[in-house]
Design a protein around this ligand. Sequence first.
Ligand code: DC
Length: 222
Amino acid sequence: MKAVAIDGPAGAGKSTISRITAKKLGFIYVDTGALYRTVGYAMDSKNVSVQDTQGVKNALKDINIELKFIDNEQRVFLNGEDVSDKIRTPKVSMLASDFSALSPVREFLFDLQRDIAKKQNVIMDGRDIGTLVLPNADIKIFLTATPEDRAKRRYNEFVEKGVPVEFDKLLEEIKQRDYNDSHRAVAPLKQADDALLVDTTGNTLEESINLLFDIISKRLGL
Ligand code: DC
């Protein structure tokens, strides 16, 4: 099996670039952020706070998360309900970042992520894929861009979907999530020693996709 690990901060274009590159390669694209978002969403629905470690552990016992690939598109199910769209709000982004700092949550999602990569060729994106989840990935990429550039992309995505958002607020949230994700004690966001750093600041989406596709296909000998 072949595995491509793509890590990096929020809004660097990981998911769009990974999805399209996976399609070109005939690989499955696994968005691990969706799993943490689903946990954040579930905890919020159950009114469990991030400070309540025992409450989180108890709640995890009642949470069943499944990933299904329908027409090669990932859908995430929480106790049988497809929550793929509900988890894409700024509120859930922050909840995901908060709850993902807890080790019981990370342990809960670990095998699920690993098992997928055992069965098929994957491009998996997240924060700790190259460092912890798939340390033997065939290629590891750390994808980044300036916070302003990333906030601009997120802003445009929301505008396209007709969701009202403020740019300054998004920028603040991106900076806050960067800080949370890279300063937590467990599995912090950091570039793996053997990962290739790719900075997409100022690139068009097409430029970034072509760049990544070239790097990955060369490394995989395709
Ligand atoms: O990639 P995303 O923005 O959908 O991720 C949401 C949050 O989930 C992110 O702020 C941190 C967390 N996350 C994580 O801790 N580890 C991963 N592999 C993926 C996401």
